[in-house]
Write a protein that binds this ligand. Structure first.
Ligand code: TIU
Length: 223
């Protein structure tokens, strides 16, 4: 099988060509990115996340033109909240809790407008859309088995937020044997300092969790 080299931090890495490297877009949902959703209800300035949209769109175009695998995730729960533990439901002091009704429907509930992916990055037919009840993309999703069945060994991480769902998913991927890279300009956080710290933590100690790069470097490296 083919491979390609990518300039990355803390050192260059080898990725799988020929569809062995999936582009993962974590939770680019209206509930996190647009006003009136879950992210805003937690008191966050959602405009901080908008910088990631164009780099993700560029990577989606590159993956689509090659016919390589694309995985979109959505953090959301069943309408009866049976997959939302009390520990998650009761956490913090949001203006609206998970399952309560806001301007984009019930917060973080599957099928509601707010839980869907923003129009600029909307999935195309054939792309995987994984609904996940946790912060990580492997918990209670069956995704590991699907990736294995498809022969996918390497993951490129984008999306929001860097230190919550992206970092959790990348750590879960690391423990399952995937080599992963986070694209620094294709991920954002409500807390710029946490974004920087998360990327530092991921790449420290000889890529203890994985690598980081930027979208321009990655686009140049694609075969
Ligand atoms: N997708 C994701 O990161 N979910 C969060 O709840 N993130 C926050 O930063 N709150």
């Amino acid at each position: 099988s083919t491979t390609f080299q990518l300039a990355a931090r803390p050192f260059a890495m080898t990725l799988a060509g020929a569809g062995g490297t999936a582009l993962v877009v974590i939770d680019m949902q209206r509930d996190f990115v647009e006003p009136g959703g879950f992210g805003a209800s937690l008191g966050n300035d959602v405009s901080l996340l908008h910088a990631a949209i164009e780099p993700i769109a560029d990577l989606l175009a590159a993956w689509r033109s090659r016919g390589w695998p694309i995985v979109h995730t959505r953090e959301c729960h069943r309408p009866d909240l049976s997959d939302c533990p009390d520990a998650k439901l009761g956490r913090g002091d949001p203006s609206l809790r998970i399952g309560e009704s806001g301007p984009m429907g019930r917060l973080l509930i599957a099928g509601e407008p707010g839980a869907d992916i923003i129009p600029a990055l909307y999935p195309q037919p054939g792309e995987w859309v994984i609904d996940k009840p946790g912060k990580g993309m492997f918990w209670a999703t069956g995704l590991h088995e699907r990736l294995q069945a498809a022969g996918i060994t390497h993951l490129v991480f984008t999306g929001v937020t860097t230190e919550v769902c992206v970092q959790t998913s990348m750590r879960e991927a690391n423990d399952r044997g995937y080599d992963s890279v986070i694209v620094e300009d294709a991920t954002e956080s409500y807390f710029p300092a946490y974004k920087r710290a998360a990327i530092e933590m991921i790449t420290a100690q000889g890529a203890i969790v994985g690598w980081s790069t930027d979208s321009a470097t990655l686009l140049r490296a694609l075969p």
